[in-house]
Write a protein that binds this ligand. Structure first.
Ligand SMILES: [Zn+2]
Length: 108
């Protein structure tokens, strides 16, 4: 059974690598006009939007990992019971055990 924190660390590294790659492509904004220019600009803008989304994900994971450092990782914030490892494997950044997650859904 792998520690879910490792999964998040790895995802974080992947995301940062993707951001790096995308940012290299973003350094030179293509010119409009000249045949295929318009399509290139559209891709550039898509990449820019992608970087923004990836950055948001990175900050979410970093937040989760810093909470992990405060040793509450894998503990339900609602009832204080340990969250089942199977659940953490599927939802590494969940803060609720299955029971509390169900209760929360029922109350909506
Ligand atoms: Zn709970």
């Amino acid at each position: 059974m792998e520690n879910p924190t490792n999964t998040l660390q790895r995802e974080l590294q992947d995301l940062k690598a993707q951001i790096n790659t995308l940012e290299k492509g973003l350094e030179h904004k293509p010119d409009y006009g000249l045949g295929t220019g318009a399509a290139a600009v559209t891709n550039w803008e898509l990449d820019l939007a992608m970087v923004k989304r990836l950055r948001e994900r990175v900050s979410l994971i970093e937040q989760t990992l810093s909470q992990t450092d405060q040793n509450a990782y894998g503990i339900c914030k609602q009832c204080g019971e340990p969250i089942h490892p199977d659940r953490l494997a599927v939802l590494p950044d969940t803060r609720l055990c299955i029971q509390c997650a169900r209760n929360e859904q029922d109350s909506k």
